[in-house]
Write a protein that binds this ligand. Structure first.
Ligand code: URA
Length: 457
């Protein structure tokens, strides 16, 4: 006996008739039919129908999977579906709860293939604007357009779009979703694809390039319909060089992130989005400077530490406690000065649950320098304290060493005077108590010098 089905409706109709006549699965040869029709032929069935009334009750779960299974291109899906339906109707009502059953296992795998294909439609459809509507041509592996298209209707309400596949097409006028004939892939390409490629190159992150994963996520099957797919070999070839550049950022790399308006508030806001160097990736947030715009004394540290990274403010951890104590002893009110760092993101090495401080490199400092320069240009302080060698290098040049210059006021290019001194964390690290005490006193003395210079007319 031969049965033809093309979609859910025709399968239901044919299967219902076959079941009502008690036709066993092995007696039916199912075919993918071009027309929506029930086509039963062959000798009349000999077996008796299930149940006295001949009415077959189908579990809801079967109805739900039927909707998906009809999209699969495997022509044997009808045989499988009818066999499962027959078994459900003949005493195996909990068949679908038997994952080890070969038929159920096959159903499961085919449904997974359908779900994956729907995800691919959502991910790989590329619309182009033609007139006032967005058009896309896509070739799904299975006939999943009707499962996939409602997503776009929800995502783009009010938008006119069409997705055409070789089997059928879907169209939205902004309100209603309709389906129509399919069409072969249109010839030629347009500016939209160029735009898409430019966009893709700019968001492409070479440090995240994982070719095997990409191959898995961007199946061969879809590559010729994705404008960016052609770029991948080139981007992959250059990835090493680009990662190198990212890991070794150029001097002044932060400059393009500076806002036009240079108020402290605008600078702080813009710095939040700075991705000029790789330190931004693992850090929790940018830690910008803080203090009043009227401050005449500025203190520059090295970089935020673990607590500053979490709290978003400079010098709020253990080094901050040492600094607060020294400030108090030097007669400086923290709320009246401006505190910042040479590097605005926490650089660390993960070690289990710990994040171990890593000293920023000369390149990190140079990349971040536009921020500290902008802060100083906006504030126009009378004196700046460089806390430690890194701050000194940011303000006085990469060759700066603290030893010979500590406590000696230096003429700055951006500010009248820079006073290099100990970093509070260096005091915490000092091995001997006497050494720490001496450094503490020197820090306080240097802060007093700076305070005096900041008050000088
Ligand atoms: N060390 C610094 O240099 N800056 C901070 O903000 C905290 C610790």
């Amino acid at each position: 006996m031969k049965a033809i089905a093309q979609d859910e409706g025709s399968f239901r109709e044919a299967a219902r008739a076959l079941l009502a006549q008690g036709v066993r699965p092995e007696s039916v040869a199912w075919q993918d039919g071009p027309q929506l029709s029930l086509a039963l032929d062959g000798p009349p069935p000999s077996a008796s129908p299930p149940g006295a009334s001949g009415v077959v009750r189908v579990p809801k779960a079967f109805a739900a999977l039927l909707e998906k299974m009809v999209c699969h291109r495997d022509p044997t899906r009808w045989d499988l579906l009818y066999r499962v339906l027959y078994r459900l109707a003949h005493g195996e009502r909990d068949l679908l709860q038997q994952p080890l059953d070969p038929d159920v296992r096959r159903l499961e795998l085919m449904q997974k293939a359908i779900a994956r294909d729907v995800r691919h439609v959502h991910a790989f459809v590329r619309f182009r604007l033609v007139g006032e509507a967005y058009l896309a041509w896509h070739r799904p592996e299975h006939r999943v357009l009707r499962l996939a298209a409602p997503f776009f209707a929800t995502r783009f309400p009010g938008m006119k779009w069409s997705i055409v596949t070789p089997d059928e097409s879907s169209h939205s006028d902004g309100n209603t979703l309709r389906y129509g004939e399919g069409a072969p892939r249109p010839e030629g390409e347009d500016a939209f694809e160029d735009l898409w490629r430019t966009y893709y190159s700019s968001i492409f992150n070479p440090s995240r390039l994982n070719l095997p994963l990409l191959a898995q996520k961007l199946p061969m099957h879809h590559r010729d319909t994705l404008p960016e797919a052609r770029l991948i070999p080139l981007l992959a070839r250059n990835a090493g060089r680009r990662v190198d550049r990212m890991l070794r950022p150029e001097a002044g790399a932060a400059a393009p992130f500076l806002p036009r308006d240079r108020s402290l508030a605008s600078l702080a806001e813009a710095a939040r989005g700075c991705t000029a160097c790789p330190l931004c990736e693992p850090a929790t947030q940018t830690v910008f400077g803080e203090g009043p715009g009227t401050a005449k004394l500025v203190l520059v540290g090295e970089q935020p530490g673990d607590q500053e990274d979490r709290g978003g403010r400079p010098f709020i951890g253990p080094a901050g406690d040492v600094l607060d104590d020294a400030l108090k002893k030097a007669g400086i009110v923290r709320g009246e000065i401006y505190l910042t760092n040479a590097v605005k993101h926490f650089k660390f090495e993960p070690r289990g649950k710990l994040r171990l401080h890593q000293r920023p490199s000369a390149r990190d400092v140079a990349a971040c320098r536009p921020w500290v320069e902008a802060e100083l240009l906006t504030l126009q302080p009378r004196a700046v304290v460089a806390l430690g060698a890194t701050a000194g290098q940011a303000l006085l040049g990469p060759g700066f060493k603290l030893g010979p210059f500590r406590g000696k006021p230096q003429e700055g290019t951006l500010v009248p005077v820079i006073i290099p001194t100990w970093h509070p964390a260096a005091i915490l690290r000092a091995g001997l108590a006497a050494q720490a005490q001496q450094m503490r006193e020197e820090l306080i003395a240097d802060l007093r010098t700076a305070l005096a210079r900041s008050r000088a007319a």
